[in-house]
Design a protein. Structure first.
Ligand code: URA
Length: 237
């Protein structure tokens, strides 16, 4: 594996910062300074130090969150060559894949891992893991419409389970309203179809939480590795 990729993947620093440090002579391989970011590393036998600190060998499994921008497909590859979420995590191991999916135009928290067992358990409906979305919809849904969403509503793929729906803000002219929606199912286009069923189409949709994981202020298009505390909490679910 390339030296810069090996260090960046260990989570010690961003790829750009790693490259700069290598070029500045702050990285050693088996005690010798290496100035070439692409220097090949044997991940099993080489001892790498970054700014004086040993780089832990790659853990077998990687877990990260991306703040997905709208306009990217959640798929590993697209035969029509459209932008995919994989384009945003390019420097990471190829074994990585998205856990679940967000629609093309949906943005926000998307998990990636190469731990198939973890992905399977996280997606399994029996866990009923809560996901929180922020959404902006056309018009001003009335209380009766919101109540229908809370109780469960029929969409083409079935009836949704009860949801938590909170009105956050309405534009003064009544043209749009912002909601926070908490669901624990993953029906296709669920939030969009729920609002459509009460006559209000979604303008913008952003996932901000999955279980204990919060998107926080991660900039759009950026990713970060999950902390070990976040991973172990998810494992307990
Ligand atoms: N609900 C939707 O409508 N779209 C998503 O991407 C996720 C939840």
């Amino acid at each position: 594996m390339r030296l810069e990729k090996y260090i960046a993947t260990s989570g010690i620093a961003s790829r750009r910062a790693v490259k700069k440090s290598i070029q500045a002579g702050l990285v050693t391989v088996n005690g010798e300074s290496v100035l070439v970011p692409g220097h090949p590393i044997n991940v099993e036998t080489d001892a790498v130090e970054f700014e004086g600190k040993p780089v832990e060998p790659l853990t077998e499994h990687i877990y990260l969150m991306l703040n997905k921008p709208p306009g990217y497909l959640t798929t590993r590859s697209d035969e029509r060559g459209r932008p995919t979420v994989m384009n945003l995590v390019r420097e990471l191991p190829e074994s990585l894949y998205p856990v679940g999916r967000l629609d093309l135009e949906t943005e926000g928290l998307l998990l990636f891992t190469n731990d198939g067992d973890f992905a399977y358990r996280l997606l399994h409906p029996s866990h009923e893991i809560e996901k929180t979305y922020l959404t902006w919809v056309h018009g001003a849904p009335n209380d009766a419409a919101i109540q229908r969403l809370r109780e469960g509503i029929t969409i083409p793929s079935g009836t949704t389970a009860p949801a938590k729906v909170k009105r956050l803000k309405a534009s003064k002219d009544g043209a749009s309203t912002q909601f926070e929606v908490v669901i624990h199912e993953g029906k296709k286009r669920q939030v969009r179809l729920m609002f459509k069923a009460v006559g209000h189409s979604v303008i913008r949709l952003k996932r901000i939480r999955i279980g204990n994981l919060r998107l926080g202020n991660l900039p759009q298009g950026q990713y970060r590795l999950l902390t070990s505390a976040e991973i172990s909490e998810l494992m307990l679910l």
